[in-house]
Design a protein around this ligand. Structure first.
Ligand code: SF4
Ligand code: SF4
Length: 245
């Protein structure tokens, strides 16, 4: 994002809208620190500038900077997947896609929310830890599928290391008997991650609409608290029929 210096009157109204304090005073005007800005668009969407001095930078869609916008601006469509909202919807739509089937669990690691953000080096710490734990594949419709340079090591493409995003999600799926090992891996790498993150564990419900007790036992015995969150499938996806036809 940029602020046009020849127009800005230095009123400061835009400052509180920036989640990362990238907007600062400079010579009685306001300016955006381009290193710090996530390109989230909050300052522009708020429509609070009395002189319309805030606008997208001409470089906002240049690679790799464009990734800041794709991961941080909820209105941006991610170029790598064509999906809004951090470029993925897989964990939310599993009842329709049925990628995570019976006997499996999906794990989504959501880093940076709320409003903390992070450098992508933190994502690499996690993808490397997962690779060491034997996870060499992530969800194919997740943007990190293309952003990881070497799936055997979890290394991201080197040009991404200077980029910052407001939030990103890594999604994987494993057999249930590997859940405990992966949770321990994530707990261990959490100490190195310079941001906040939450962990989603998702699974199909058992007959009777109960969460598989085996999954809950593993989560609780690893000292993690959990909060149920359901997505309602109205039957329109008919995932079971497609899977079994
Ligand atoms: S786009 Fe977001 S991070 Fe950048 S200056 Fe505006 S509010 Fe701050
Ligand atoms: S709201 Fe507009 S005029 Fe006021 S400081 Fe921000 S950019 Fe400048």
């Amino acid at each position: 994002m940029i602020i046009r210096q020849e127009i800005c009157v230095g009123c400061g109204r835009c400052h509180p809208y920036c989640p990362t304090h990238a907007i600062h005073f400079q010579d009685l005007k306001s300016a955006v620190d381009q290193e710090v800005c996530y390109e989230c668009g909050c300052c522009l969407r708020a429509e609070i500038c009395p002189v319309e001095a805030i606008e997208d930078s001409p470089q906002v869609y240049d690679y790799p900077r464009a990734l800041r916008k794709y991961f941080s601006d909820p209105n941006a469509t991610h170029a790598l997947t064509g999906i809004q909202g951090r470029g993925t919807e897989e964990s939310k739509t599993n009842d329709v896609t049925l990628r995570v089937g019976p006997g499996e669990v999906g794990i989504a690691i959501e880093v940076g929310r709320p409003n903390i953000g992070m450098n992508l080096t933190n994502i690499q710490k996690i993808t490397r830890a997962l690779a060491r734990a034997g996870i060499h594949e992530i969800e194919p419709n997740n943007p990190f599928q293309d952003m990881i340079q070497d799936h055997s090591t979890g290394d991201l493409k080197p040009e991404l290391m200077g980029e910052r995003v407001l939030s990103a999600i890594i999604e994987i799926q494993v057999k249930r008997d590997r859940l405990r090992h992966i949770l321990r891996t994530i707990k261990e790498v959490a100490r190195e991650v310079d941001s906040v993150f939450c962990l989603d564990v998702y699974t199909l419900l058992e007959p009777g609409l109960t969460v598989p007790p085996e999954v809950l036992e593993i989560i609780e015995s690893e000292g993690l608290s959990w909060r149920p969150n359901a997505k309602i499938n109205l039957g329109l996806g008919r995932a079971w029929e497609r899977k079994n036809s």
